[in-house]
Design a protein around this ligand. Sequence first.
Ligand code: ATP
Length: 269
Amino acid sequence: MSLALQNQKDSFGANRTITIQGLNKSYGEHSGAAGGHIHYIIKNVDLVIHGGEFFVLLGPSGCGKSTLLNMIAGFISKTDGRLRIGDAEIDKPGRDRAVVFQQADSSLFPWLTVWQNVEFGLKMKKVPKRERRAISDQYIDLVGLTGHDDKLPRALSGGMKQRVQLARVLANDPEILLMDEPFGALDAMTRRTMQKELVRIWSQTKKTVVFVTHDIQEAILLGGRIGIMSQGPSSKISHIYEIPLDYPRDVSAAEFYEYYKQIQAHFDE
Ligand SMILES: Nc1ncnc2c1ncn2[C@@H]1O[C@H](COP(=O)(O)OP(=O)(O)OP(=O)(O)O)[C@@H](O)[C@H]1O
């Protein structure tokens, strides 16, 4: 492991803990027969995500997973409650967090090559060119894109673009990676490859990962813990499953299927 990655690995700890207490999000106030009520998207969310853990938010479509992730990102303001990283209350985006979106296309600059996209944030931070190149090369290598440095995004497959997005985010060295169904637009085989790669990258960098999905199998493949969000409105974390299986995980293993059945039954209740 390179020195830069080792340093990142050594630097995580309690200051990266995400603590959420009584968090509410509502949009607007609507009149009702009883004289008015507030429409809550999420209500009374309590959750602690530890520094360095791989935490999955799993729930049905529209329950509020992206809303919660975007609140942690600082893109969406809370209505009330507490949301902290370490001791700091979150009320805006910060360099400690980065978001990986489902559509890599909308986050990459089409006129920049792979390595220019990856080094972009470093350039904005005025990191010297030689250092930028070294850091970019390191992350291009980490995501398995060595040899594709000079290609433009239009010459890449969907999976490769998602790797570029990941390398760019990692090059900025955020402490927390917020991933919103990042593999949702990929075909099944590429998706499986990317899931394996993400586990490998996470185990090397030990970033805190908060990963949103509505796919139970993906949640069990990736998550150290899985927080189940209830159907909205007024969604909350209804249960947390610990998944103590070793990585890489085998979807055909009996233990894997046991977790699948338990979680499926949770949604069928
Ligand atoms: N700006 C907004 N104003 C009003 N309602 C909103 C706004 N943004 C999101 N919502 C509502 O909040 C709810 C939760 O949306 P969100 O995108 O967080 O769900 P999700 O679980 O991520 O869904 P999916 O899995 O389909 O992406 C939805 O009912 C949505 O219509």
